[in-house]
Design a protein around this ligand. Structure first.
Ligand code: AMP
Ligand code: GLY
Length: 430
């Protein structure tokens, strides 16, 4: 034990469980901790921080006391709050962008202006802080627009408006009713783009980077992309929507210029740059940047990438790290990940439903179950639903069709009252 390096994972969803399993697959023995983690992570041998934490300073204290060698941050909120800066000040190495660099996600006004300044392809837009000016703009445009809160809104700050009436309602909701709170004090109005979407992840030390297999998320709740937006109902990778040639274009026109732009703006981006793309007829354009791994994309990507993750993340986080020195082994096959959600999600959802069948699904070769909104009963005997997105079932296959069939085979084993999941995850890629 003495010679083992220690890692702390921050977060407790399916994405963080997938990061944990990726660490477990690498050959390096590690002592793994999570805050807050989840029961699935605990079952996999990860220790959960069992001390009250009321600030990132508290967590840094805990990390110091427990001699943590590397902290990997999953969600955007701690990154936007500056957790990496807090850890750095204490001499602790943390994977993820600084607070300044996290603005690429936490402020759409920042990221849109960055793209405009550096000629990175994205939808045309205007930034507004007054309702009157925003109204005048949509009236003058009188075309379909997308209205977005500039700040973090848990993936829900986007309103698609096909008519002027819808745009006016959206502006009233944001400026008068404050449906997004402070996140909506600044509003972006942009041109509506049309095309397939893709999620590109570049793990970076700020200069060199490694692009992971490109994933496609399924944002809507219903089959055939119907119904309201969710955090993501499933993903698969790699997506044939992005050819090698297209990926080269994305690197040249988007990834490289974005990293260079961030360095120029004195906000060097270290961590994982997640570029949400629309593949328009005029070429790939940025919908938005995120400063972290995607959920559920991570559950579909990580099973395909074998490497010494401890080294990879440390190379990204260290001052003189070099991601190019990491040896990557990318599986030639496919991975599909299907999310199972609670009844009512993405609206008000049911809780405390008993979940059965996870172990039998997990036992199937090629299938991994990632816990998300799951808690245990007091005796730690039963698993109960506790969140909107409850879990994700991922499977690998030589072909995409095989991966999809295996993932749904796993889903078929798992039951809880009111479980909802899409039946067409990955179908777009077939
Ligand atoms: P975001 O939170 O910015 O990723 O937006 C959520 C979803 O809204 C995206 O995945 C797209 O499906 C859609 N979206 C956002 N911006 C645009 C746009 N300019 N044109 C078309 N769809 C968009
Ligand atoms: N799946 C999209 C996201 O993580 O934001």
């Amino acid at each position: 034990m003495d010679f083992m390096d220690s890692v702390l994972i921050v977060g407790g969803g399916g994405r963080e469980h997938a990061l944990l399993k990726a660490f477990l697959r690498s050959d390096r023995p590690l002592c793994l901790y999570a805050y807050p983690g989840n029961p699935g992570m605990e079952r996999d041998g990860c220790m959960l921080v069992n001390q009250p934490i009321s600030s990132w300073d508290d967590l840094a204290d805990w990390a110091k006391e427990n001699e943590i060698n590397l902290t990997v941050v999953g969600p955007e909120a701690p990154l936007a709050e500056g957790i990496v800066d807090t850890f750095k000040k204490r001499g602790l190495l943390a994977f993820g962008p600084s607070k300044a660099a996290a603005q690429i996600e936490s402020s759409k006004a920042f990221s849109k202006k960055l793209m405009k300044k550096y000629g990175i392809p994205t939808a045309d837009f205007q930034v507004f802080t007054s309702k009157a000016a925003a109204l005048a703009y949509v009236e003058e445009k009188n075309t379909p627009v997308v209205v977005k809160a500039s700040g973090l809104a848990a993936g829900k700050g986007v309103i698609m408006c096909d008519t002027l009436k819808e745009a006016k309602t959206a502006l009233a909701d944001i400026f008068d009713k404050k449906i997004f709170g402070e996140a909506g004090d600044t509003v972006i109005i942009e041109e509506k783009m049309v095309g397939e979407e893709a999620s590109v992840f570049a793990i970076t030390d700020g200069k060199s980077y490694k692009i992971l297999p490109v994933a496609q998320d399924h944002k809507r709740i219903g089959d055939g992309d119907t119904g309201p937006n969710t955090g993501g109902m499933g993903a698969y990778a790699p997506t044939p929507a992005v050819s090698a040639k297209m990926l080269a274009k994305i690197e040249k026109e988007i990834i490289i210029p974005t990293l260079a732009a961030m360095e120029k703006e004195k906000a060097k981006f270290k961590g994982v740059l997640f570029v949400g793309l629309m593949l328009t007829k005029d070429g790939p354009k940025v919908i938005e940047y995120n400063c972290r791994f995607g959920d559920p994309e991570t559950q579909a990507i990580m099973p395909l990438v074998q490497c010494d993750w401890y080294k990879a993340f440390r190379e990204c986080a260290s001052i003189r790290g070099n991601v190019a020195s990491v040896k990557w082994d990318i599986d030639p096959g496919y991975c599909a990940s299907v999310v199972m959600a609670s009844k009512g999600y993405p609206g008000k959802f049911a809780k405390n439903k008993v979940i059965t069948g996870i172990d039998s699904a997990d036992e199937k070769t090629a299938v991994d179950v990632y816990y998300a909104g799951i808690s245990e009963d007091k005796k730690k005997e039963k698993l109960l639903t506790s969140g909107g997105r409850v879990l994700a079932v991922s499977a690998k296959g030589g072909t995409l069709a095989e991966a999809i069939a295996l993932a749904y085979g796993g889903v078929a084993e798992i039951e809880f009252e009111g479980a909802q999941f899409r039946r067409d995850i990955g179908a777009k890629g077939l």
